[in-house]
Write a protein that binds this ligand. Structure first.
Ligand SMILES: Cc1cc2nc3c(=O)[nH]c(=O)nc-3n(C[C@H](O)[C@H](O)[C@H](O)COP(=O)(O)OP(=O)(O)OC[C@H]3O[C@@H](n4cnc5c(N)ncnc54)[C@H](O)[C@@H]3O)c2cc1C
Length: 470
């Protein structure tokens, strides 16, 4: 590690990560006059958000209402959503879409339908390029904003604390002080060997927050997307099934409801052993980039079904925050996929995650603006501790032992995989002796009504504790 550079003066807000949550937090704060530093470990445009294909859910259709969006969100969450957070999510959704339009994002005409939604409510940009189009627009605005300093290619290693209070972060190159920090480092699905996520999405922010004393929760709830291409993990969006794509078994027969929630579809595929996705009934001209990728992979979607299988896709759990992104560490906030607001419960409803970034990224920035100034002089910054390596053995271990179908022996084996986040996932999964949403245990195959509304919360080295949140 290179020696630390001298400390700059504290920013009002330091945002870590340049996905939709981080970009939204940075712009929200800077538009209100705050000095913002945005640190990201790659280039500004590099994030999982960039790959998001389907769209953003919002009750903006004539036949729709946030209350219906709420009911669908709660149903997908399998009795474990924090209703107050889900209500904030759906009620603020139309305003966040309007704000993106004001920022210059151009959405397509019409609304898409996806699994678990009772209405057409998915807003798209440029077909299946929604994440990319939003991220590009917000990145342009962040790069041009006089109130935002962008620091690329620096990796957050630790939170810098003065006693209990967060006063900045330590990266692999610098100590960066700030009145408040928003961690927006995304999920951890690339810890699993079969994944739809880019390789850097390995939960670093969740680990950093945990070792700084922030509570983390619900890490056992991992969403496995049912339809990733079998060889590459390339995602064949839910929107295709919304528009008529069907799943076929080896004999060419349908075997499941393609629009059921993701965990059900994914397990139906595993139970069948193998599956193909038939796109012949879909208006393929609506998905030009997806079809191009499929053809590039050597398939002809007009004539043959595409082999698919489930892959780790999304973390419902993460850093525990309140409805304004606050963690239990004063001055430390979090937003986006790295968090557990409880909004998704045991299973995220399709296209609610980019929405979560927009809604809670903004709320975290607004709340962080109220933090008091930090006392000076600051304590000496710690030297950042390296983050654990994600080896092939770690990724294989995660897939085998904390994958789609779990049991006690496998979860105990996961405790021997050399990665602390895999351990945390396994500990939460062992503590939840039932099956629900993105957590399926063959030794406890049914949902336990006594666990309705229960979140598994890990604080420090203590074992997970069940909690109910209001
Ligand atoms: C293929 C695919 C399709 C999807 N489709 C949809 C969809 O249609 N609709 C939907 O709602 N959701 C979709 N999702 C999920 C959605 O994209 C993500 O949940 C969301 O974009 C996460 O945004 P984020 O801002 O929380 O994190 P990310 O977009 O993952 O950004 C995290 C940022 O943090 C940075 N970072 C990470 N660790 C560190 C560190 N230690 N130090 C500094 N920087 C760090 C990263 O480089 C990155 O810039 C999809 C996901 C995938 C993979």
């Amino acid at each position: 590690m290179s020696p630390l550079t001298p400390e700059p003066s504290p920013a009002d807000l330091l945002v870590v990560g340049s996905g939709l949550a981080g970009l939204t937090a940075a712009l929200t704060a800077a538009d209100r006059g705050a000095s913002v530093v945005l640190v990201t470990k790659g280039k500004l445009l590099a994030s999982t958000s960039f790959y998001a294909q389907g769209g953003v859910a919002a009750a903006v259709g004539d036949d729709d209402d946030p209350e219906l969006h709420l009911l669908d969100t709660l149903a997908a969450g399998r009795g474990t959503c924090r209703e107050s957070a889900a209500r904030v999510l759906v009620e603020e959704a139309p305003a966040r879409i309007a704000e993106l339009r004001e920022r210059g994002v151009v959405f397509d005409d019409g609304l898409g339908l996806e699994g678990g939604h009772s209405r057409r409510r998915i807003v798209h940009a440029d077909g299946a390029q929604t994440g990319r189009r939003i991220a590009e627009r917000l990145c342009d605005q962040v790069a041009a904003h006089p109130g935002i300093e962008v620091v690329e290619e620096q990796q957050m290693l630790d939170v810098w604390r003065d006693g209990a209070r967060c006063v900045g972060i330590v990266t692999d190159r610098a100590a960066l002080p700030a009145r408040a920090v928003v961690i927006a480092t995304g999920g951890a699905a690339a810890l699993w060997s079969r994944t739809t996520n880019p390789p850097g999405t390995v939960g670093e922010g969740i680990l950093v927050a945990h070792r700084a004393g922030a509570a983390v929760a619900d890490l056992e709830f991992v969403q496995f997307h049912p339809t990733a291409m079998r060889d590459s993990g390339f995602l064949l969006s839910e929107a295709l099934r919304g528009e008529g794509a069907v799943l076929l078994d080896d004999e060419g027969h349908r075997f499941t409801d393609e629009l059921a929630p993701r965990d059900e579809v994914a397990r139906a595929i595993v139970a069948h052993g193998s599956a193909t996705l038939d796109l012949r009934a879909v208006d393929r001209s609506r998905f030009p980039s997806l079809i191009e990728q499929i053809v590039d992979a050597g398939f002809d979607p007009a004539h043959e079904p595409i082999p698919v299988s489930p892959a780790a896709h999304y973390m419902m759990g993460g850093i525990v925050t309140d409805l304004d992104g606050r963690t239990n560490v004063p001055g430390l906030y979090a937003a986006g996929e790295c968090t557990c607001t409880g909004v998704h419960g045991a299973n995220r409803l399709a296209s609610n995650s980019m929405l979560e970034c927009l809604v809670f990224g903004r709320r975290a920035a607004l709340a962080a603006a109220e933090e008091p100034r930090i006392a000076s002089p600051l304590p000496t910054a710690p030297v950042g501790r390296p983050l654990p390596e994600v080896t092939d053995a770690v990724r294989r271990g995660a897939w085998e032992h904390v994958g789609l179908i779990r049991d006690d022996a496998g979860l105990r084996a996961a405790l021997r995989v050399e990665h602390p986040l895999v351990h945390l996932v396994a500990e939460c999964a062992l503590a939840r002796s039932e099956s629900r949403g993105g957590h399926f245990r063959i030794d406890f195959p049914y949902r336990d009504p006594a666990m309705d509304g229960v979140h598994m919360v890990v604080r420090g080295d203590a074992p997970p504790e069940p909690e109910q949140w209001s």
